[in-house]
Design a binder for this molecule. Structure first.
Ligand SMILES: NC(=O)c1ccc[n+]([C@@H]2O[C@H](COP(=O)([O-])OP(=O)(O)OC[C@H]3O[C@@H](n4cnc5c(N)ncnc54)[C@H](OP(=O)(O)O)[C@@H]3O)[C@@H](O)[C@H]2O)c1
Length: 290
């Protein structure tokens, strides 16, 4: 385990406002990497006390039970991470607004929710970081896109980058590109799981045991990702290199092309980004016409 005293994150208190799977992925990554102490992390949700107890038992994080404890956590934490579903965010941010102090850093992981809408809901000149993480943060292999509002200080930027850097890689982008990040990596693990499901099912159809099909698929996906990462080569070049004319890979790739694989992936990613914008627009409209 790393020495937490060297992490800028170790000295701050973090409140996860919304304690679902994304919040868990981030704080679990921080705790398991040894970068945050569990007793500096508080979890707040709307009503599910069993979930908070479970998170406390599993990771040692502090559950904010009851209205007073929730408000105290939100008032006193240095960083507040917004982790509720987009549809719940307007109501949650309205309750948060009167509790905030100007020096607190707000980090949102909510799909579609713009910095402008957060400012409308929270009021004032708050320091806001908009992020699009993914659930692979749980195992330190997350990929997070990050944008900063003008009021985020360089030191706060460093904190946010350290926080998400502790659970994977980070890419700073201009805010309008956060939806693109959502399409590529925010939702990305689901595409890869879908591909893996298909590979395992086909392996079983061809007679492999489920265990063998699963093991071969996992190692293949891991190996291919590592090849791209370690060689620095373009995936298209690596694909060409393993495709001999008239061979088996050529036959498989031609079949994928017949089913318009690339077109389907492209449309899926564009639709994901568009859906994030639609959800953001719905929250903006709720924020401006309550
Ligand atoms: N999952 C992903 O792969 C992923 C990737 C990138 C970004 N995100 C973003 O992360 C956010 C959370 O997603 P998720 O999958 O973690 O959702 P989730 O598992 O459904 O968790 C949502 C959490 O928000 C809490 N909540 C709802 N309304 C609240 C309120 N008014 N005050 C306090 N807490 C409230 C819920 O509490 P109760 O259970 O008590 O209602 C629950 O703990 C979403 O906005 C999503 O866009 C998710």
């Amino acid at each position: 385990m790393k020495d937490v005293s060297f992490s800028p994150i170790s000295s701050v208190s973090i409140c996860f406002y919304g304690a679902g799977s994304m919040a868990e992925a981030i704080f679990r990554g921080l705790i398991e990497a040894g970068l945050s102490k569990a007793d500096r992390i508080t979890v707040v949700n709307r009503q599910n006390a069993d979930r908070l107890r479970e998170l406390h038992q599993r990771y040692g994080v502090v559950p904010a039970m009851g209205e007073q404890a929730k408000q105290d956590a939100l008032r006193t934490s240095d960083i507040i991470v917004l982790g509720m579903k987009p549809k719940d965010s307007a109501a949650a941010l309205r309750s948060l607004a009167p509790l905030l102090r100007p020096e607190q850093l707000i980090i949102s992981a909510i799909a579609g929710l713009s910095i402008d809408t957060i400012v409308t809901l929270l009021g004032g000149n708050k320091a806001i970081v908009r992020t699009m993480p993914n659930t692979s943060s749980t195992i330190g292999l997350g990929a997070t896109g990050i944008s900063f509002s003008a009021s985020v200080s360089p030191m706060q930027q460093e904190l946010a980058l350290a926080m998400f850097g502790a659970v994977g890689i980070t890419t700073v982008v201009e805010e309008p590109l956060i939806e693109a990040v959502n399409g590529v990596s925010g939702t990305g693990p689901a595409y890869v799981y879908y591909l893996m499901e298909a590979m395992i099912t086909a392996g079983v159809d061809l007679g492999l045991t489920r265990e063998a099909a699963r093991e071969l698929t996992v190692q293949t996906v891991r190996g291919a990702a590592e090849m791209v990462s370690r060689t620095g080569e373009d995936p298209a070049d690596l694909r060409r290199k393993v495709t001999s004319p008239g061979g088996t890979t050529q036959a498989a790739v031609d079949t994928l092309e017949r089913y318009r694989f690339q077109e389907g992936m492209n449309a899926a990613i564009l639709r994901c980004a568009e859906r994030a914008r639609e959800m953001g627009e719905a929250i903006r409209s709720e924020a401006t016409n309550p």
